[in-house]
Design a protein. Structure first.
Length: 180
């Protein structure tokens, strides 16, 4: 019998001074059986960094045809495609052809560095692609905040994200690897 997704609830209070976006989101995240706490928290972080009323979690790992998050317009055109992890170059190419803007958050330390070295030249041609790297120690600390019911406060200023939960505050510093 196949394992089912584990459901997590998160109340995320976002204060994004860079975009002047201030909102609270009540989110339900389905964590695929093969997904780690680290990956799920990176998805949540990506949501906060690009939050809007139209941004949605998708089936993610359960579907090859969808990103981890997307935002569509009223005509069902994909405005924003967000993937986390280390997607293969074909998937990124397909995303760049389907969406107005594509953002990838890579993480995993040395593995992410090797992925970037292998894919940098092939991905440089896409004007609608942004790639951000997250430091391993920061995503590991983020994973430690995982609870079945979470209440997070996320403040974004000058590209830095401060994530607070309970008595812990983490600074997450995404590093832009592309100039787009």
């Amino acid at each position: 019998m196949a394992q089912k997704a584990t459901i997590f609830k998160a109340t995320v209070n976002i204060a994004d001074t860079d975009r002047h976006y201030y909102a609270e989101h009540a989110l339900t995240l389905a964590r695929h059986p093969s997904e780690t706490d680290e990956r799920m928290q990176v998805r949540l972080l990506a949501f906060a960094a690009h939050a809007s009323d139209a941004l949605q979690f998708t089936r993610g790992l359960s579907s090859d045809d969808e990103p981890d998050l997307w935002q569509k317009d009223l005509t069902d055109a994909i405005e924003l495609w967000i993937d986390v992890g280390l997607p293969d170059e074909r998937r990124v190419r397909k995303a760049c052809n389907r969406a107005q803007q594509v953002i990838i958050y890579i993480y995993g330390g040395r593995t992410a560095d090797m992925w970037w070295q292998q894919n940098r030249d092939a991905l440089a041609r896409f004007d609608n692609l942004q790639v951000f790297a997250l430091a391993k120690e920061q995503t590991d600390a983020l994973a430690m905040l995982t609870e079945r019911t979470m209440s997070l406060q996320i403040t974004i200023q000058e590209g830095q994200l401060w994530v607070s939960a309970n008595d812990t505050t983490l600074q997450i510093s995404p590093i832009a690897l592309t100039n787009h």
